[in-house]
Design a protein around this ligand. Structure first.
Ligand SMILES: [Zn+2]
Length: 291
């Protein structure tokens, strides 16, 4: 947005222009972009850097992404080490504004990975955390665009209520399933917070980042564990190469349960076009495999 030359009358033109132009928001990946869109409505123009079905861990930003960031009025990231590529992009773009870290205030979980304790970044997969994300994004929009603060608050509160309802629904779904059946094999460790919240145990050949690699030894150990636990189903993930998890599944006799959407929404015509739809779809598929 170019500031008009200071002249008599330009103030009116400027304020009129500001009212009609939506707030420019850049979010690092599709789930954050959707939460922002749900709360921001017509008052925001949201761009996701990582596209639908894209991997947020191993993203390679383009010059276009850098330009979008430079023009942004609000930038929303997950934090917790998810977007390892973000710092470099921010400094390349020259963006000087405030960055909203959507996970701020979440009670984090860690995992042991190759002997090191690593914070799990996938906090949004528990809807209790999703409510915190929505709060943080709602406040960031209110602050950046106080003129529409009541709109953001109204839509934000209604959206948080929906998250709350869906969280309760998911707990009910799992309550009917015995503990020893709540075991799932997926590609990478994206469901730590989900597992903690809804009482499901997840195993995966890849660690907290899809960029990690599994050694032959780790794979052999995982296959032994899965056989012991008599795991019956495995799931692929929309944003990750399914070959490794398929290979492991075939060695254990597990059958395909379907495709999950842990960290990238589908395109608009897919089954997981919003955060709420993705969560519901994932839960329905997981629960179905346990019956
Ligand atoms: Zn991940």
């Amino acid at each position: 947005m170019k500031f008009p030359a200071i002249a008599v009358g330009s103030l009116f033109v400027f304020s009129h222009f500001a009212q009609a132009t939506p707030l420019k928001v850049v979010a690092s990946f599709t789930i954050l972009a959707d939460i922002t869109q749900q709360i921001g409505g017509n008052e925001v123009d949201v761009k996701s850097l990582v596209a639908a079905n894209g991997d947020p861990h191993s993203f390679e930003p383009s010059a276009r992404d850098s330009r979008a960031l430079a023009q942004a009025q609000v930038v929303v990231v997950n934090g917790l080490g998810l977007e390892g590529w973000m710092d470099r992009l921010v400094s390349a773009s020259g963006f000087k504004g405030q960055i909203t870290v959507a996970s701020t205030g979440v009670h984090t979980q860690s995992m042991l990975e190759d002997g090191k304790t690593v914070i799990d970044p996938h906090a949004w997969n528990s809807l209790a955390n999703g409510e915190i994300y929505a709060q943080n994004i709602m406040r960031a929009l209110e602050k950046a665009d106080p003129q529409h603060a009541t709109d953001y608050a109204k839509r934000g509160e209604a959206y948080i209520e929906k998250l709350h309802q869906l969280d309760g629904w998911a707990q009910q779904q799992y309550a009917a399933i015995p503990n020893n059946r709540r075991i799932v094999l997926t590609s990478h460790d994206a469901f730590g917070y989900y597992g903690q919240r809804y009482g499901v145990r997840f195993s995966a050949p890849l660690g907290l980042s899809t960029e990690s690699e599994a050694s032959a030894q780790q794979v052999a150990k995982l296959i032994r564990e899965l056989k012991q636990r008599r795991i019956s189903h495995y799931f692929t993930e929309n944003q990750t190469d399914p070959r490794l998890v398929r290979q492991i599944a075939s060695a254990t006799g597990a059958t395909p349960g379907g495709e999950l959407y842990p960290e990238a929404l589908s395109t608009a015509d897919g089954p997981a076009a919003t955060y709420l739809k993705a969560f519901k779809y994932n839960t329905e598929q997981l629960v179905q495999s346990m019956h």
